[in-house]
Design a protein around this ligand. Sequence first.
Ligand code: DLZ
Length: 165
Amino acid sequence: MATSLHNLSDYDPQSVPSATGMRFGIVVSDWNSKITGALMRGAFDTLIANGAKEEDIYVKNVPGSFELIFGAAQFVKSGKVDAVIAIGCVIRGDTPHFEYICQGTTQGLATLNTDYDVPVVYGLLTCNNMEQAEDRCGGMLGNKGDECAVTAIKMADYRRSFGNQ
Ligand code: DLZ
């Protein structure tokens, strides 16, 4: 869980398997694009820094966070990737919409993880305000995109340990 004591970009490079030869899908929500763009760049750069080839990283955009479910499902079913990173940012507003989008998106992404054999990494920021989002996409708490990339590599490696290529 992210706290003011935990920089999301901190990780031990020794603990991360090589991403060379792995293929990744990144699906990015256009809502709050300044935030999601920074998260995507963090994820992309961290995959590259750990050995992934640029041509093995596929980036697709969807309109909003709720569409991350369908967007991620397309990658999962394509058979082209070892892991998917779903990136979005929901900011609390005046109505209960925030709860519905967050819960629906979270449940949808969780279901993909149980129904298919390609891991989907949860890169959804669920923030009370824009400041919290900025802190988590390259600000004082690091970049959650970096954290998602490390998780995607570890999960792709885990999947391969079961013989899935
Ligand atoms: C409608 C909506 C609202 C109000 N807020 C956000 C948000 O903060 N972040 C986000 O990613 N998407 C938001 N959306 C759009 C929904 O995710 C979705 O795209 C629409 O409800 C259409 O299905």
